[in-house]
Design a protein around this ligand. Structure first.
Ligand SMILES: Cc1ncc(COP(=O)(O)O)c(C=O)c1O
Length: 389
């Protein structure tokens, strides 16, 4: 189907919202939908056996990318579901043991904030939402200061989806392993991109496929053991008992194989990807030198492919409309971009309302923006800006 709705020259700089499925991944998905289409739970024939074997292979690979054991990975529909299983699934243990305190940050994605607010409002948990300051980075010390004997869980994201700032999850994992507090990390934006962090002893890791070139609707939850002890998770849904009784439902074999292929491609090309993403960033920043802007968040602790900026005197929504024929970008998280409220992330960073309400997020995969000319874009923006005087 031709893309009639989009002008071919519109550069896609919104990979933090979602990525294009890699054509090699699409080929694999198609194969597992139309040729090897068996149910991984069917025990009576070869169709089922092939599907089950393939899923196990995918599971083994995914586990290896985060230094976990094969059986510690369960497949889900994406990071939202993984976050819900992790957070709501730990709650009964907290209730039974009287540990109803959770530490998190105010810059988490809604897929963490909302389940935690549910625990606070409906089940009497006490949640500390830490604010990071203008760097956008939550300090390890600030988290540890809040941890107390009744702290069940710390939930901290890996890479912030609006600013690209990397959080100190690896250091925290080492510290929290010495305590009885569990660590959950929403790694939707960091998985594949900053892989070394996720090899730290994090108890629960949420992964999303569609941020690394896999289709939407697939992800994983890593539930790492502490020695022989499994994380005391209870299911939040009930059904056929698939995925270690933590996530029922027929496995979407084709999507899982897509996630596997995408993760493999990302791993094989990561160094190059990082180098090229950084070059694109430098190109973009050099061009934006024509304009007056501020970078939101600590650029020294950021992934190379996400940049959040506010242009002096410009309304982000008006700007997006003006540049939409040149570039597809976003104001913060896609889930809230339908509303005009200032970004909760930029607000929690303590930025003035004017700045927080007008942050613009550029995010890119370098191979897909080779033709993008940031000079043209910068020219348009500079013309829109009122005189500084
Ligand atoms: C940090 C973060 N967490 C969770 C999600 C939700 O992931 P999914 O779409 O796989 O449910 C996203 C996606 O926007 C995200 O950026």
């Amino acid at each position: 189907m031709a893309r009639e709705w989009v002008n071919a020259v519109v550069a896609y700089l919104d990979v933090a919202a979602t990525t294009r499925v890699d054509p090699r991944v699409a080929e694999v998905v198609l194969h597992w939908m139309t040729e090897d289409f068996g149910n991984a739970g069917s025990r009576t024939h070869e169709y089922g056996a092939r599907a089950k074997k393939a899923v196990q292979e995918a599971r083994m690979f995914l586990a290896s990318t985060v230094g976990a054991k094969t059986e510690e990975v369960i497949f889900t529909s994406g990071a939202t579901e993984s976050n819900n299983i992790a957070l709501l699934g730990m709650a009964p243990y907290g209730e039974k043991t009287g540990r109803k305190h959770i530490v998190t940050s105010a810059i988490e994605h809604k897929a963490v904030i909302e389940p935690l607010l549910h625990l606070q409002e409906a089940r009497g948990f006490e949640i500390d939402f830490l604010e990071p300051g203008t760097s956008g980075r939550i300090s390890r010390e600030a988290v540890l200061e809040k941890v107390r004997p009744d702290t069940l869980l710390v939930s901290l994201m890996h890479v912030n989806n609006e600013t690209g700032v990397i959080q100190p999850v690896a250091e925290l994992a080492q510290e929290l392993r010495q305590t009885s507090t569990f660590l959950h990390v929403d790694a939707a934006q960091g998985y594949g991109k900053v892989p070394q962090d996720l090899k730290a002893p994090i108890d629960l890791i949420s992964i999303s496929g569609h941020k690394v070139g896999a289709p939407k609707g697939v992800g994983a939850l890593v539930t790492r053991r502490r020695g022989w002890n499994k994380a005391p998770l209870e299911p939040i849904m009930f059904g056929g008992g698939q995925e270690r009784k933590l996530r029922p439902g027929t496995l979407p074999v084709a999507l899982i194989m897509g996630l596997y292929e995408a993760a493999k491609i990302f791993q094989e090309n990561r160094s190059r990807w990082e180098h090229d993403a950084m070059q694109t960033r430098e190109r973009l920043l050099a061009a934006l030198g024509k304009t007056r802007f501020q970078i939101n968040g600590d650029a020294d602790h950021s992934v190379p492919h996400i940049l959040n900026v506010t242009f002096d005197g410009l309304n982000a929504e008006a700007l997006i409309v003006r540049i939409k024929d040149q570039v597809a970008v976003a104001t913060g998280s896609a889930c809230t971009s339908a509303s005009y409220t200032p970004s909760h992330v930029l607000t929690a960073m303590g930025l003035p309302e004017e700045v927080a309400a007008n942050g613009l997020r550029f995010s890119w995969f370098p191979s897909q923006v080779a033709d993008f000319d940031p000079e043209d874009l910068a020219e348009t923006i500079a013309h829109m800006q009122p005189d500084a005087s």
